[in-house]
Design a protein. Sequence first.
Length: 151
Amino acid sequence: MKIQRMLRTRAALAVGVALLSDAVVAGTAGLARAASGCNSTYTSSKSFIEWRGDVRIPAWSDGTYLSLNCLMRLGSSGAGMRALQTSLDECYGESLDVDGDFGPRTRDALKRAQAEEDISVDGGYGPQTRNALSWYYKPVTPMGSDECSRL
């Protein structure tokens, strides 16, 4: 039983890594356009023994293709922005309104998180920031608690 759980966890991690590296994008047309705004989210899961948590990650989608390589900056809005604001609140102690709008308070909170993670502090969201940030995993099983960790 433990071996099966361990194998399932490893398989889930392998799929997550593949998605993060854009190895599992259904075609190449979406890759060129993926550098636009994060108009969607991707739900990823993390499991450990009896605990399972889900995280929403900003993504770009045109309904056919999905890429985690998207960009957000001052003026951006939508589901991807709400996912980022939630993680900034829960994992970095910010107190943003999770309204989906990338305003000056969100930019400043993101700059603080970038500085804390020792990456380029530009107040914009892209692949480097996505990979460096801790993300908020909300538990979906009765056992366990909230968790913040990298993807």
